[in-house]
Design a protein around this ligand. Structure first.
Ligand code: PLP
Length: 388
């Protein structure tokens, strides 16, 4: 069995297929069974085989948690019913009065949870442009407990220097949390760069097939893992065994999918950059991207997420393009095998006030692509005909 103890022995693709999984001891089934059960028999009170009640632990979920942890080179992994469930659990590590410094170009749902849910419980959030990490320190005070980083950022594809954030976190005794959803563990391992907790919306690249909702946390810290597992069991945002099985199936091709996401992403970024009707393309692989050097330092490749604005900055024109693609589907979400196009201002980022949104670059004409793994010629031809 390839588990996290053997994490250094095997490369990514081998771990994606095998980590945390062994043939079923009862039948020899090669694939992890879907343990569709809520409870487990006990010989006498407390005498069981490691599983008592499935909110706390389920064997299909445990196999997946070990696999995700292994890909993040983490000691521990924990799965949640959604990325937001994982976010919720991490913020519940805090107490009223504690302060969080978060990147200003943040997934809209995270912003909504911070400002519309946890602010009512006395947790204070500061949204800060993290392009220059020196600016972060200006917001640190004696109540600051957590740095919340998303990189690449959504949807502006800015890159935050994780190592520099880790230095600030260490100096000020803060927890550094990195939402690694956009990069996936294939492109970036924040724990290696000094983060304390990595968060994933497993819904995206890790699941990879747009057929379920799930979240995960990874950490090397035993105490943080214990606290997060306590919150998960107490608050109950845990995924079911069927979804855990589907992710175990999807994760086996994460490395193959990511290679294609990256090569297709690069080809589309180049195509858009040279298109006469396109004003600006946001993709960290361009040498003139403001944080290209940081991306090169902390990522293995540049991914398949691209945002762009059309010349004239017209919302109607952006709507026209988004409604006219045939291979790219107009939908929220990202990271699946199929290509998606989205309009952040009215979809994923609608919950962020317009002026704040526009300050971080999310103008009304911005379009975001999640480039899938289809044939690149079809993807480029589709954009060609839609942009016109
Ligand atoms: C960067 C990022 N983090 C977290 C989430 C939330 O994940 P979920 O939709 O699985 O709850 C999303 C969802 O789009 C996301 O894009």
């Amino acid at each position: 069995m390839i588990d996290t103890l053997e994490k250094t022995e095997y490369k990514f693709g081998t771990k994606a297929i095998h980590a945390g999984q062994e043939p079923d001891p009862v039948t020899g089934a090669i694939m992890t069974p879907i343990y569709q059960t809520s409870t487990f028999v006990q010989k006498s009170p407390g005498a069981h085989k490691g599983y008592a009640y499935a909110r706390g632990k389920n064997p299909t979920r445990v196999a997946l948690e070990k696999c995700i942890a292994s890909l993040e080179k983490a000691k521990h992994g924990l799965c949640f019913s959604s990325g937001m469930g994982a976010t919720d659990a991490i913020i519940k590590l805090l107490r009223p009065g504690d302060e969080v410094i978060a990147s200003d170009d943040l997934y809209g749902g995270s912003y909504r949870m911070f400002t519309k849910v946890f602010a009512h419980f006395g947790i204070v959030f500061h949204f800060v442009n993290m392009d220059n990490t020196n600016d972060i320190s200006k917001h640190v005070n004696s109540k600051t407990k957590m740095l919340w980083v998303e990189t690449p950022t959504n949807p502006m594809m800015r890159i935050v220097d994780i190592e520099k954030c880790a230095e600030i976190a260490k100096k000020n005794n803060l927890l550094l949390v990195v939402d690694n959803t956009f990069a996936s563990p294939y492109l970036q391992n924040p724990l290696d760069l000094g983060a304390h907790i990595v968060l994933h919306s497993v819904t995206k690249y890790i699941g990879g097939h747009s057929d379920l909702i799930m979240g995960a946390t990874c950490t090397n810290d035993d105490s943080l893992q214990e606290q997060l597992a306590f919150i998960a069991n107490s608050c109950g945002a845990v995924p079911g065994p069927m979804d855990s099985f589907l992710v175990l199936r999807g994760i086996k091709t994460l490395h193959l999918r990511m290679e294609r996401h990256c090569s297709n992403g690069k080809a589309i970024a180049m195509f858009l950059k040279s298109h006469p009707k396109v004003e600006k393309v946001y993709w960290p692989g361009f040498p003139d991207h403001p944080q290209h050097a940081v991306a090169k330092k902390q990522m293995r490749d540049f991914g398949g997420m691209i945002s762009f604005i059309l010349k004239g900055n017209s919302m109607d024109e952006a709507f026209r393009v988004a409604s006219n693609t045939k291979v790219f589907s107009l939908a929220e979400s990202l990271g699946g095998v199929e290509s998606l196009i989205g309009h952040p201002a009215s979809m994923t980022h609608a919950s962020i006030p317009k002026e704040l949104r526009e300050k971080s670059g999310v103008v009304d004409s911005l379009l975001r692509l999640s480039v899938g793994v289809e044939d690149i010629d079809d993807l480029i031809n589709d954009l060609k005909q839609a942009i016109g």
